[in-house]
Design a binder for this molecule. Sequence first.
Ligand code: SF4
Length: 519
Amino acid sequence: MTKSKFVMIWPPFLASNIFPLSIPFLVSYLKQKGVGDVEVYDMNIAYWKTIKPHWPLYMLFRRGYGILKNSGPALSFVCDFIKGKMSEVLENMETKGKGSIPWSLSDILTSLHQDGWLYERNKIRLLLEPVFTKECPALACISINYPEQIFFALTIARELKEKWGDNIHIVAGGAQVTKHIGYLIKSEDVYRLIDFFVVRDGEEPLFRLIKGFANRDFSNIPNLYHKDPNKAGVYIFSGSHFCLYPEDFTVPDFSGFDMGVYDDIFPLIVSKGCPWGQCAFCSYSGMHDRKFYGGSVEKTLEVIRGMENKYGSSSFYFLDDALRPAFLRSLSESLVRNNIKISWTSSIILSKEFEDPEFCRFLKQSGLSSVSFGLESVSRRLLKLMNKYHQDLDLEEIRKILAVIKSGGICISVCVFFGFPTETRQEAKATLDFLLGNIDLFDEVRMQTFCLEDLAPVFQEPEKFKITKIYTQDKSVGRRLSYRFETTEGMTQEETFKFTNEALAIFQKAFKKKRHVEH
Ligand code: SF4
């Protein structure tokens, strides 16, 4: 390979204005290993800009936000109100965006050999102009982390291949590739477009792919699917695995992402996997074989300081599945001791350790502004079946933990979902009633419907959860592209959707000021 340029693409369409972390992590790793010629193209923001009049309004708001926010409590209140409205506009845009593209996995794959979706395709072609006017890159890496990006990622690949044919090689990676690899590698249309897939952590595989491209020996590259040179239409998996351990994390490199567009809160990750990792519905921890690798506080401070120096960041959003109480304790002590003044948010596991008011006040003092956690349900029966960490806590204990966290001045975001196999309408209603009856104990609720996904224990042992049939031909349900299924007990999926919509409407009517989101 004589060309040396690599393009990394972050595809549309996400309404979130929080920086992605996948590409910045990859770029940082590659640069550290001496691969400097990497160009990042944020097509998501490029796509946003085409949606008028939202874009100018959004930018106007962003410019005024910092000034208003620091101009006294009244204006700060107005500012937060407008910010909430802006988020709603973005969420609506995302919903509309989803309505204009094929959604189920099989529809997305079928769309690749159809002539429809011209509006979106033309838009993508236009957005690729800056790439097309340059020399053909050796490799284009497309990071696909959200279901919304799958259609656009494949459309981008289609346009790149139409322009440059086999002169360009395309590698796709990210959480959605890891989740749907079994489907992707079986599609003839995908085979024409994607030369390589990287599952799980992509840092070392991508580095080795870039370095080893010339001799075309891909067999030893970990986490890599490459085309079988002896059999058309078939991908081969390298067979070896790579995991980027927390001690090897580097300061993410946000080159290519416009600092003026994204929120000032920076994503950060300090561990790998979930410290509990046992929830029966969870596919996240399945991505790391339910293993957990905790990062050290020293490494975390090193990365925070690196980001402060490089980007002036003082606000962080920990993307870890959950931070352990012991880690939170040491981190907050170190932040205070070292006089590091940041604000940060994190996911936690609901644990009795948060019953300690002193601990919660100290977390707040160290800059922890909000926590989120999966309550999921208030039914002890279901929590046991789900194998949640907090399955042995009763409602009084849960209330007490929430009250102590809140009294420490930390905001709380609660996640619940309806329709876990065997859940009855009465059980779902009890969870809704708990939320309605304890509104002062949290600041935001996320209501979802249960999603049946490959990497979750429920999928692997469906009979244990009274699931009698899984429709594996397609993945089409909900935002996570999960499976349709049948169960002998509890609500059907249709009943669950109906219940969730009713619950959202009730919640919205009763508590207009609380945020309530359905994923
Ligand atoms: S649901 Fe949350 S706590 Fe449970 S295993 Fe998954 S990431 Fe961990």
